[in-house]
Design a protein around this ligand. Sequence first.
Ligand code: F6P
Length: 533
Amino acid sequence: MGQLNSEWDALRARHAATKDRTILSLFDASDRAGAFTASTGDMMLDYSKTNIDAETRERLGELFTAAQVPAKRTAMFSGHPINDTEGRAVLHTALRNLDGGPVKVGGKDVMPAVLDTLARMRAYATEVRDSAITDVVNIGIGGSDLGPAMAVEALAPYHDGPRCHFVSNVDGAHIADTLRGLDASTTLVIVASKTFTTIETMTNARTARAWMQEHGGDPTKQFAALSTADDLTANFGIPAERVFGFEDWVGGRYSMWGPIGLSLMIAIGPKAFDAFLRGGQAMDRHFQAADWHENLPVLLALVGIWHAQVCGYASRAVLPYDQRLKRLPDYFQQLEMESNGKSVRMDGTAVEVETGPIVWGAAGTNGQHAFYQLLHQGTRVIPCEFMVAAVGHEADLAHHHKLLVANCLAQSEALMRGRSLEEARAKMVKAGFTGAELERQARHRVFAGNRPSVTLVYPTLDPFTLGQIIALYEHRVFVEGVILGINSFDQWGVELGKELATSLQPVVEGTAPASGKDGSTAQLVDYILRHAG
Ligand code: F6P
């Protein structure tokens, strides 16, 4: 597959031809909203507040077809080694294939082992929930932290197990603040690390083990491990019955569906965790079966490609109107930026278009009082991805939820509609301004509008729906990666920093010279050593 030059050119031409019209003008067509909305089950994605019309959508579809996304999708689901810089299959979907057929890697069906581990997790989670354990501390980082930490908070209304805490940062403040106040005799520590070599996680795990020993707990009984590295978990002293393994075909940032989700399962119980898996599985089926015009992950990917690669908008804001989803932007940040932040195509040649956008965001309405000013009046266009449930969990506070929804819908409307100089002037006249001061003040109150957004809506944020949302974004990232021709499943870009940190450790400890370091790094080391005494 080449660089898809003619398809990109057609899209660039389409952008040039349509960029000066307003998104609002597209609503002159009778069924704009309905025609640019897709659903699966009760979930609905409205992408009508973008500058994509039927012709643009077809051009995007040509890109999807030319990139052979359906064939790559089949290759992924059927266990081909599509992560070819690491020689691995990509099969996180097998972890939620609860009642699907066999999934083969190298001719061997992986489902018996997946279902066996799931059964062991259920039994262990039930044992912990029924025991005297009051607190669970998950020690992990990146994909071994962000998913379960986000989901435990997102599903707080279903949380009926022990309290869960998450320690990720090697900064001693993180583990110190977390362990302070915990009873070591009723705390379970879960060491979550695919490789079981990550320096942050292993440092925190050793600190937690020492703390437990010193404070009357029993690390031989109160530690569990989630990892692909059986030999290393055994060396650490965690017996095999409390090790929950998975295979290298589960990428770190795609791993919360399996053992890495153990803390979530302990929090909400195996039944609710099953519902979460079923939500992911339902999205897998939709992604595999639905025509691209109706396919939520494909459409979300094509909207993303249109904005990032064609329109040139460098970042994307994820804006869940749900306080319990406040960590979702962080989770999607790793999912998208670690997956698609690449410069080289599968064949080793340079990518000729921009790759992954910068993903960031925060829960609404809080963000409205922080960075939305820039979204509305800044010089950069930042496509926004809103999401909100029709019904909140706090039945006695339903009026709060109505306000939340009203704010969410108001923001996408305001971003699109904007406020013209005439409208601003009329407002200022009413407020009593006249003459030059009226003109000056009015200009500050103009909103350019025409800023694109999509909105994802669903009945309520339950485990099934959260599973759908996560799988939706996973597949969106996959489709974008295929179109860009990159490998979304490796992460070589994190290696260099890790190597240099290892070489700098003895230097900042003062046991090795800073020789060979650049002047800036040597100067910073010198400062640290002087101030550290
Ligand atoms: O940051 C790089 C990375 O490898 C992520 O991809 C991964 O999620 C994280 O580190 C943690 O890795 P592990 O689970 O092996 O400790």
